[in-house]
Design a protein around this ligand. Structure first.
Ligand code: CDP
Ligand code: CDP
Length: 215
């Protein structure tokens, strides 16, 4: 059994997926972390984000591994480094390149081939794991999502501004929803959960209920 969780930035996907994985004894795979890791490498190598062939070449020479909730880029643990505002601002450009997506999707399917995986992202229920036994589309208003991201980054010590975060999230939503390949969209058989006014525990209980019903 695999569970797919999709939705826009700051909706609560990874927080929810991590708790569920723990409660259900499943492996959590954060697919956004893969696109973020490539973005980090492109920034560190000063690659022009409009130079698609260099970006593809970079990915073809990159090793990405996920293990125990950590992500390794060419064997280096970059789990914390991929969460910076600069990576967030650039990542959707990388994620719109079809050759890069194909490579990531292959990797994601391999990670899920033995089942028992909870995977979160944008296209998990629609493209990566269309046969997942349970699919959720987690969302919230952009104001609520920007507020959450603002508080999260502030707590980590970043000098952040709410309006800039809201703008970055809106721009990323638009790029993710409008791209030709694997856009962020609701899978026909996904259960929609609006988390705007919900506590995390309430959402977890709602999902666990669905999990019991579908088994
Ligand atoms: O944590 P947050 O929701 O801000 O983003 P994320 O899940 O880390 O994903 C970062 C970016 O990667 C997204 O905005 C998408 O552009 C891209 N992404 C994607 O295209 N497909 C996925 N399955 C996961 C992420
Ligand atoms: O993975 P995604 O970008 O969808 O969101 P997240 O990283 O799981 O959540 C963003 C922030 O919102 C985290 O700091 C969560 O603790 C917080 N959150 C919240 O306050 N209330 C919720 N119902 C869901 C998430």
């Amino acid at each position: 059994m695999n569970i797919a969780i999709d939705g826009p930035a700051g909706a609560g996907k990874s927080t929810i997926a991590k708790i569920l994985a723990e409660k259900l004894g499943m492996n959590y795979i954060d697919t956004g972390a893969m696109y973020r890791a490539i973005t980090l490498k492109a920034i560190e190598n000063n690659i022009d984000f409009n130079d698609v062939s260099s970006l593809i070449n970079l990915v073809n020479n990159t090793d990405i591994k996920i293990s125990n909730g950590r992500i390794y880029l060419d064997s280096k643990d970059v789990t914390d480094k991929i969460r910076t505002p600069l990576v967030s601002q650039k990542v959707s450009k990388i994620a719109a390149i079809s050759e890069i997506r194909e490579k990531m999707i292959c990797l994601q399917r391999e990670l899920a081939e033995n089942g028992n995986v909870i995977m979160d992202g944008r296209d998990i229920g629609t493209v990566v794991l269309p046969n997942a036994s349970l699919k959720f589309f987690i969302t919230a208003t952009v104001e609520e999502r920007a507020k959450r991201r603002f508080l999260e980054l502030k707590a980590k010590g970043y000098d952040v501004n709410y309006d800039n975060i809201k703008k970055e999230i809106l721009s990323r939503d638009e790029q993710d929803m409008k791209r030709k390949i694997s856009p962020l969209k609701l899978a026909e058989d996904a259960i929609v959960i609006d988390t705007s006014n919900k506590e995390i525990e309430e959402i977890i209980q709602e999902i666990l209920q669905q999990h019991i019903t579908r088994r």
